[in-house]
Design a protein around this ligand. Structure first.
Ligand code: TXA
Ligand code: MG
Length: 318
């Protein structure tokens, strides 16, 4: 069984030997390994049961390291890095040869990000290599937002989880690339679209992926609970709710369903709070033995509501 703790030297020593370790970030927990070590990277894919055609994000401790791993940084990328790093933003940039092809699934771009978590930033600073880290969930399942979530699912396969408490943002980073020079959002995430556009002007949004994540991007069915999940419109009512159904509501309990079968994402109505609770609540309802089907309310399509809806739609797309 894995150890949970806050001991940086332990995490560092393991990573230096090529092991993979759970690490906290502000978005979700990552499954980290030395991005420059093929065996460590292979181990990440193996532990997560992830197909090697789905590339990994490389975590660095500062924007100053961009030039080590990216051969070209367009001005808009530079501006986004200055504005949002450390933070929930990932940039797709042309890669330098030092990044193994395995990390990028053979693509000529590398995904780079500086996470905003004190423990992981300190860890990165203590290492002389960057960390490749996908979310620390088995491939296709709900992403982990606590160290316990990681240990529950991958605990028998990894030696250590660095416990940085619950994730403050709760949805993965926003991914921005620059194909043909056009700023393009490939994944809606922790930095709202409005904030990206406020920084660099209008962007193209291309998050509706097919089955080819190398296109690049995301598989449609993802972040999925094991139970069937149906969605209902923001402020609307769920379809027929059976006696064994659970409800994940946005800001208020559904009056027609007993409260003990419900979770409310954000009583405040703040989509940021909803994002923070999303995966933990979904996981909790999924684990309840008394519930067989789930219903979730979509959020208004603003701010982090977009990222929450994106995750809910993918979770429902089984
Ligand atoms: O918030 C996050 O980004 C978290 C934390 C741990 O940093 N990480 C994360 O990693 O969400 P992962 O592997 O679950 O999702 C990474 C996404 C995948 O959809 C992958 O296809 C895409 O990034 N990606 C990675 N490299 C890419 C590339 N070179 N081109 C296009 N997409 C890429
Ligand atoms: Mg993931």
């Amino acid at each position: 069984m894995t150890d949970l703790g806050t001991d940086l030297p332990t995490a560092r020593r393991l990573l230096e030997t090529g092991a993979v370790v759970g690490i906290p970030t502000e978005t979700v927990y990552g499954l980290a390994g030395n991005a420059l070590n093929i065996d460590a990277v292979l181990r990440i894919f193996e532990v997560k049961n992830r197909p090697t055609f789905d590339p990994l994000i490389v975590h660095i401790d500062s924007a100053e390291k961009l030039g080590r791993y990216a051969s070209e940084v367009p001005p808009a990328a530079r501006r986004l890095a200055e504005r949002f790093w450390p933070g929930p933003l990932t940039l797709l940039l042309p890669k330098r040869p030092i990044i193994p092809d395995l990390v990028t699934s053979g693509l000529d771009t590398v995904a780079l990000r500086v996470p905003r978590h004190p423990l992981t930033l300190a860890l990165l600073r203590s290492l002389d290599f960057p960390l490749a880290a996908p979310s620390a969930n088995p491939f296709g399942y709900i992403s982990p937002t606590t160290a316990r979530h990681v240990a529950d699912q991958l605990g028998d396969r990894i030696p250590y989880v660095l416990d940085g408490g619950p994730c403050g943002v709760g949805v993965e980073s926003t991914i921005v690339g620059f194909p043909g020079g056009t700023p393009t959002v490939f994944r809606l995430g922790g930095v709202p679209l409005e904030a990206i556009e406020a920084a660099i002007g209008p962007v193209v949004v291309r998050t509706h992926s097919n089955s080819n994540p190398a296109a690049p991007g995301m598989l449609l069915s993802h972040y999925a609970p094991r139970k069937p999940l149906a969605l209902y419109p923001a402020g609307g009512t769920p379809g027929a709710v059976g006696p064994d159904d659970g409800v994940l509501a946005f800001r208020a309990f559904r009056p027609e369903v007993p409260p003990e079968r419900q979770r409310v994402l954000a009583p405040s109505g703040d989509p940021t709070e909803a994002a923070r609770n999303l995966f933990a609540f979904l996981r909790e309802l999924d684990a309840r033995p008394d519930l067989i089907r789930l219903h979730a309310e979509l959020l208004p399509e603003t701010g982090l509501g977009r990222a929450v809806n994106d995750r809910l739609r993918r979770a429902a797309a089984k």
